[in-house]
Write a protein that binds this ligand. Structure first.
Ligand SMILES: [Zn+2]
Length: 199
């Protein structure tokens, strides 16, 4: 044990020297890999979809943004992010809100056209928000999910001058030509709209 101490100390010195060099060599790379800041919503974690699953654009210059489309994933939060990263799926949304804690991931820049509504015209002029859950499992629609989603939608309405009403904050089922039912009958629109208006 006595002989080990000097060795330990020397190793610690070496380690110290290496750590001192870290900020100048590794930090920018580490920062870029850990938490890239490419999103529009400061509270969102950036979890980019593959560029094969949305259309690059420069909204609101290319298209006026005047709708928010509310979705339910019909799968888990994690699986939804995986789907958006998979070029074979040909689908994406701007945001995904996690059920348990309302955590928000952004997958597509608001300037770009996400493929979520199943209707090109509606895609071009909307922001798509997915909510983790299933239309027939109301337990997934937690207080945290409603609150964080309402905060996100209120911010989007402010940014693009979108009225905070049901004509402009719609469900996927209200998109013309859509055969989807989300967010489904368990989604509490009265509560959600009250929260959006109060934010
Ligand atoms: Zn949907």
């Amino acid at each position: 044990m006595e002989r080990a101490r000097p060795l330990f100390d020397r190793r610690r010195l070496l380690k110290g020297a290496l750590l001192a060099a870290v900020p100048y060599t590794l930090l920018p790379e580490t920062r870029a890999g850990a938490a890239p800041q490419s999103g529009d919503y400061p509270l969102a974690e950036w979890q980019p979809a593959t560029s094969s699953n949305f259309t690059e654009s420069d909204r609101p210059w290319s298209y006026r943004v005047n709708l928010v489309v509310v979705h339910v994933t019909q799968t888990t939060y994690t699986e939804a992010l995986d789907i958006f990263r998979n070029p074979a799926k040909q689908v994406s949304a701007h945001y995904v809100v996690r059920s348990a804690d309302g955590h928000v991931a952004q997958c597509v820049r608001e300037a770009d056209v996400a493929w979520h509504a199943g209707n090109w015209d509606y895609n071009t002029r909307s922001i798509g928000i997915e909510h983790e859950g299933w239309v027939d499992k109301p337990a997934y629609f937690t207080d945290a999910l409603y609150e964080e989603s309402a905060k996100l939608t209120a911010g989007i309405c402010d940014k693009y001058g979108i009225p905070r009403d049901r004509a402009h904050i719609i469900g996927h089922y209200e998109v013309p030509g859509s055969d989807h039912t989300d967010p489904g009958p368990s989604w509490d629109w009265t509560r959600y709209m009250r929260m959006v208006e109060a934010m």
